[in-house]
Ligand binder design. Structure first.
Ligand code: GLN
Length: 251
């Protein structure tokens, strides 16, 4: 049994579309394999202690909520970047994903400071990018998988030229509706616009994150996990992928 510590950043502010449901998925999938997940809230003014957390989680929010916590999150930037460089896993969704880049210029023209973990910048556009989305990823070499979800964002995220996207858009908008990229990856950290919620319908991604977190907790490579049946999850994925293919985000 391994205890995995999840550091949930600003659970009271960043939880749009019940993003915290992603943590429930991680908790249950860990327990089914005999592991334990402990969730610690990290709020404004709380310090990020070295080595304490195996997986950070940041959910999405409205511009207003994001603006309230952005300076505090940016002040944790050095610590968060150091932790990820040291092998801590991280999942950031939508608003959280935006704030982990260099900055987010929001719909009011206010520049919200970022953490500088992901090599990207985000600027809000006129029209929101809303709809079902399907992307194709290859997080482990040779293993192509799809991720299905829902996106709703004004921000257009531009990756630096040498940045690694989470995946390529099959249907929907993704980072900016133009580049064909969705999300970003740095080591064991991934950021994405997909919520609605992300992990219940993409169990392979939940397990990938869990494996990274277990690797950090156990001080080694990510261990293999016993497969689960995942019938309902596969159905949810199929429905969501079909919706994205049929009417994935377009203006
Ligand atoms: N406030 C951000 C935007 O609209 C993110 C919204 C969200 O988390 N859904 O771009």
């Amino acid at each position: 049994m391994t205890r995995v510590v999840v550091g949930h950043l600003y659970p009271d502010y960043l939880n749009i579309y019940a993003d915290r449901g992603n943590i429930a998925v991680l908790e249950r999938r860990a327990r089914w394999r005999g592991h334990e997940l402990e969730v610690r809230a990290i709020g404004a003014g709380d310090a990020v202690q070295p080595g304490e957390v195996d997986l950070f989680y940041v959910g999405g929010g409205q511009d207003r909520e994001q603006a309230l916590i952005a300076p505090d999150l940016a002040a944790k930037g050095d610590a968060l970047r150091a932790e990820v460089a040291d092998g801590t896993a991280l999942l950031a969704v939508c608003g959280g994903y935006q704030l982990l880049g260099r900055f987010y210029l929001d719909t009011d023209g206010v520049e919200q400071p970022g953490v500088g973990l992901f090599p990207h910048e985000t600027v809000a556009g006129e029209r929101r990018m809303i709809g079902d989305v399907l992307i194709e990823c290859e997080l482990d070499p040779g293993q192509r998988r799809t991720v299905a979800g829902f996106e709703n964002h004004a921000g257009r995220t531009r990756l630096d030229l040498d940045a690694v996207p989470l995946g390529r858009v099959v249907a929907g908008f993704g980072n900016d509706g133009e580049s064909g990229f969705e999300g970003c990856r740095v080591g064991r950290a991934i950021g994405t616009y997909l919520h609605g919620p992300l992990l219940p319908r993409n169990p392979w991604l939940a397990d990938w994150l869990l494996r990274q977190a277990l690797g950090h907790a156990e001080g080694g490579d990510p261990p293999e996990l016993e497969p689960l049946e995942d019938e309902l999850e596969a159905d949810a994925h199929a429905v969501s992928s079909r919706r994205a293919r049929e009417r994935g985000g377009r203006f």
